[in-house]
Design a protein around this ligand. Structure first.
Ligand code: SF4
Length: 318
C-alpha cells in the first residue's frame, strides 16, 4: 500500500496543486528506489511530458576557459583551491576564439538546440563578450546561445543579450557560501537580473550529494519556480581528486533523478523543459569535471547523434 500522503501530493501536482515545502520534505523521506518514489517519478513525468509537448532537446556546452577561479566551489576542478600552482599556466587557460567558433558551428550544423558557452568566474567579462559575439556572428540566425558565467550586474546581463545570447544559466547551489566562496544573495540577484534583462533562464538544483539536508534541499526545489526559468534540472558532481568537500559524497543517480522529479512537481506546467529528462548534453572545450572526452569533429558529431538517439529511446520526440 502506497503512502497516502505521497499519492495525494503527486496526484495534486498533476492536477495543478503546487506541493508545499513540508510536502517536499515528506517526499524526501523515501528511498529513491522505493515504490513511493517510483510513483512520484511517474506522475512527475506526466507533468513534464505535458509541459514540453513530448519534445526532447540536445544542448551543447563549450567550456571556454579554465582560469583558476576565485569563487572556489570545492567540487570544481577549476577552483583556485583545487589548482596546483606548479601546473598552472595562465597563458594556456583560454580556448582560442577560433576554436570556440569551430565547435559552435559544428554543433549548430549537427542540429543542437542550444549552444552554451561556459566560463569560469575568473574570465575577464569583456573577453567573454568577444566570444559570445564571435559565436553569434558565425552560427545560424535561429541558433540559441546560452551564457554560463559568474555573477552578473544588470548591465552585464544586458550586454550579454546585446552580444547575442538569449539564455543564461545560473543557480543558487546547495551549500552556497559554505562549500563555495559565493554569496547566496549575489546568485539570487543575478537570476533576477537575467530575467529583467530579457534573457531566458536555465537553472537547477546542484550539486546534489548523498544525505543532503532535506530542509535545504526542499528550499532549493521549491524556490526554483519563483525565478521564472524555462528549463530546470538536477545534477550531482564528479569528485575532484584532493578536493575538500567536507566528507560529502556525490548522490546516487536514482536520488538525483528523484530530486529532478520533485523539481518538476513544484514547477508544474509553468516551466516547459526539464526535471524529468528530455534534455541530453554534449560537451567540448574545457571541462571542470576532468572527464577527458574526445573532441575531433567526427566524435562531436557522433555525440550529438547519440544524444538524439538517447532522447528517442527515453520516449521524447526529437
Ligand atoms: S563552478 Fe564555476 S564559479 Fe565555481 S569554481 Fe568552478 S568555474 Fe568557478
Amino acid at each position: 500500500m502506497l503512502d497516502e500522503r505521497v499519492m495525494r501530493i503527486a496526484d495534486g501536482a498533476v492536477a495543478g496543486v503546487t506541493p508545499s515545502r513540508s510536502d517536499i520534505v515528506h517526499l524526501l523521506r523515501f528511498d529513491p528506489y522505493s515504490v513511493e518514489a517510483a510513483y512520484v517519478c511517474a506522475r512527475a513525468r506526466e507533468i513534464g511530458i505535458r509541459a514540453c509537448g513530448g519534445r526532447g532537446f540536445v544542448y551543447a556546452q563549450i567550456g571556454v576557459d579554465s582560469t583558476a577561479c576565485p569563487e572556489n566551489c570545492r567540487f570544481c576542478s577549476f577552483a583556485a583551491v583545487n589548482t596546483n600552482p606548479a601546473e598552472y599556466d595562465p597563458s594556456q587557460v583560454e580556448v582560442p576564439i577560433g576554436r570556440i567558433v569551430h565547435y559552435a558551428k559544428l554543433f549548430d550544423d549537427a542540429g543542437a538546440d542550444l549552444i552554451s558557452l561556459m566560463a569560469t568566474a575568473g574570465l575577464d567579462f569583456d573577453r567573454y563578450l568577444d566570444m559570445v559575439r564571435a559565436v553569434r556572428a558565425s552560427v545560424s540566425d535561429g541558433a540559441v546561445i546560452m551564457a554560463n558565467t559568474g555573477d552578473l550586474t544588470f548591465e552585464q546581463a544586458k550586454a550579454l543579450r546585446e552580444a547575442g545570447a538569449s539564455v543564461a544559466y545560473h543557480a543558487l547551489r546547495l551549500g552556497e557560501g559554505e562549500i563555495t566562496d559565493v554569496r547566496p544573495i549575489d546568485r539570487r540577484r543575478t537570476m533576477r537580473y537575467v530575467r529583467a534583462a530579457g534573457l531566458d533562464l536555465m537553472t537547477g538544483v546542484e550539486p546534489v550529494w548523498a544525505d543532503a539536508d532535506p530542509i535545504e534541499l526542499s528550499e532549493r526545489i521549491c524556490d526554483i519556480v519563483e525565478y521564472d526559468p524555462f528549463c530546470v534540472g538536477a545534477c550531482s558532481y564528479t569528485e575532484v581528486e584532493g578536493a575538500d568537500m567536507g566528507g560529502r559524497r556525490p548522490a546516487l543517480t536514482g536520488f538525483v533523478r528523484y530530486v529532478g522529479a520533485l523539481v518538476r512537481l513544484t514547477c508544474g506546467d509553468a516551466v516547459p523543459i526539464g526535471g524529468i529528462g528530455g534534455v541530453a548534453w554534449v560537451d567540448a572545450g574545457c571541462d571542470p569535471r576532468n572527464r577527458g572526452y574526445g573532441e575531433d569533429d567526427a566524435t562531436l558529431r557522433k555525440k550529438v547523434a547519440s544524444a538524439r538517439q538517447r532522447l528517442k529511446l527515453d520516449g521524447f520526440a526529437v
